[in-house]
Design a protein around this ligand. Structure first.
Ligand code: NAP
Length: 285
C-alpha cells in the first residue's frame, strides 16, 4: 500500500504557482482574490483563514469580508456586484454554507463567471460538462492532480464515486469520465452499495460520514481517495474511509488530514491565477 501524500504534492504545485505569481507581478499583473464569509461557522472560519494564509504565502493579494450573521441578500449581492467590477480582484469566493435566510443559488449566480474561482456558477458547471472549461471545482480538481502526480491511470478503469453533491460528487464523476474512466456515482438511495463499490479500481468517498467506507466495500488493490472531512464531537478530524480497516487492501490511499484537503486550497490558488491571466489576456490561461 502506498500513501498519497497530498501535503507534499500540494506543496510542489504551490511552489509553481508562487513562481508564476511572481513572474506575473514582474509583468505588471497583480493577482487578487476576495473571500466573503457570512456568520460565525467555526469550520468555515478555519477554511477562510487557510485560504488567506495560502494567498499570503504565494504572493496573491487577498481581501477578506467577514459579514455578520444578519447580513441581508441586498447587502451581500451589493458587495459581490462591487467586487465583480473591480479590476484588482480576479477571483471571488463566498464561503458556503450560508446562513439559512440567504439564497445560496442567487449568490452563486451573482458572481461573475470570469471571477468564479470555485467553479460553482451554472456557466462554469455547463462548461465542465462539455469539457471546455476555464476553472475546475477545487476539490475534484485536487483529486485528479493527486491521481496524476501518483501516475495512476484513469483510462478504462472502473471508477466509483460515493456522493453526488454539486461541489464534489457530480463534478468528480465528470472529471473521471473526461479521463476515460467508466464511472458510477452512488448516493443515499443506491441499492447494494457494497456490491457497487467493491468493483471499483478507483473509489472516491465524498459522503460526509466518518469512517463510512469499510474494507468489505473495497476491492483488493483499489485506489481509495477520501474526500471526507468530518469532525465527530470531541474527536479528531477524520475522513469518510475507515483508514486502518481499508488501507491494507489498497494499492494507494489518501490520509485525512494530509490528503485531499491541502489540494483543494492549491487548486483554488491555481484558479485565481488562471482568472488573473484570462482577465489580462495572457496566453496559457
Ligand atoms: P453533501 O452535500 O452532504 O453530500 C453527501 C453525499 O453523500 C450525498 O450525495 C448523499 O446522497 C451521499 N450519501 C449520504 N449518505 C449516504 C449513504 N449512506 N450511502 C451512499 N451515499 C450517501 O457533502 P459534500 O459537500 O459533497 O461533502 C462530502 C464530504 O467531503 C464532507 O465530509 C465534506 O466535509 C468533505 N469535503 C471536503 C473537502 C476537502 O477539501 N477535502 C471539500 C468539500 C467537501 P444523497 O444525494 O442521496 O443525499
Amino acid at each position: 500500500m502506498q500513501l498519497i501524500n497530498g501535503k507534499e504534492i500540494s506543496a510542489k504545485i504551490k511552489e509553481d504557482i508562487k513562481a508564476e505569481v511572481s513572474q506575473l507581478k514582474k509583468n505588471g499583473v497583480k493577482v487578487g482574490l476576495a473571500v466573503i464569509i457570512v456568520g460565525d461557522d467555526p469550520a468555515s472560519k478555519v477554511y477562510v483563514n487557510n485560504k488567506k494564509k495560502a494567498c499570503e504565502a504565494l504572493g496573491i493579494y487577498s481581501e477578506e469580508y467577514a459579514l455578520p450573521e444578519n447580513t441581508t441578500m441586498e447587502g451581500l449581492l451589493g458587495l459581490i456586484n462591487e467586487l465583480n467590477g473591480r479590476k484588482d480582484i480576479n477571483g471571488i469566493l463566498c464561503q458556503l454554507p450560508l446562513p439559512r435566510h440567504l439564497d445560496e443559488k442567487a449568490v452563486i449566480n451573482a458572481i461573475s463567471p470570469e471571477k468564479d474561482v470555485d467553479a460553482f456558477h451554472p456557466v462554469n458547471v455547463g462548461k465542465i460538462m462539455i469539457g471546455d472549461y476555464d476553472f475546475l471545482p477545487c476539490t475534484p480538481a485536487g483529486v485528479m492532480e493527486l491521481l496524476a502526480h501518483s501516475n495512476i491511470e484513469v483510462e478504462g478503469k472502473t471508477c466509483v464515486v460515493i456522493g453526488r453533491s454539486n461541489i464534489v460528487g457530480k463534478p468528480m464523476g465528470m472529471l473521471l469520465l473526461h479521463k476515460n474512466g467508466t464511472v458510477t456515482i452512488c448516493h443515499s438511495k443506491t441499492e447494494n452499495l457494497e456490491e457497487v463499490t467493491s468493483k471499483a479500481d478507483i473509489l472516491v468517498a465524498a459522503v460526509g460520514k466518518a469512517n463510512f467506507v469499510k474494507a468489505n466495500m473495497v476491492k483488493e488493490g483499489a485506489v481509495v481517495i477520501d474526500v471526507g472531512m468530518n469532525r465527530p464531537e470531541g474527536g479528531k478530524l477524520c475522513g469518510d474511509v475507515d483508514f486502518d480497516d481499508v488501507a491494507p487492501k489498497c494499492s494507494y490511499i489518501t490520509p485525512v488530514p494530509g490528503g485531499v484537503g491541502p489540494m483543494t486550497i492549491a487548486m483554488l490558488m491555481a484558479n485565481t491565477v488562471t482568472a488573473a491571466k484570462k482577465q489580462n489576456n495572457i496566453k496559457g490561461a
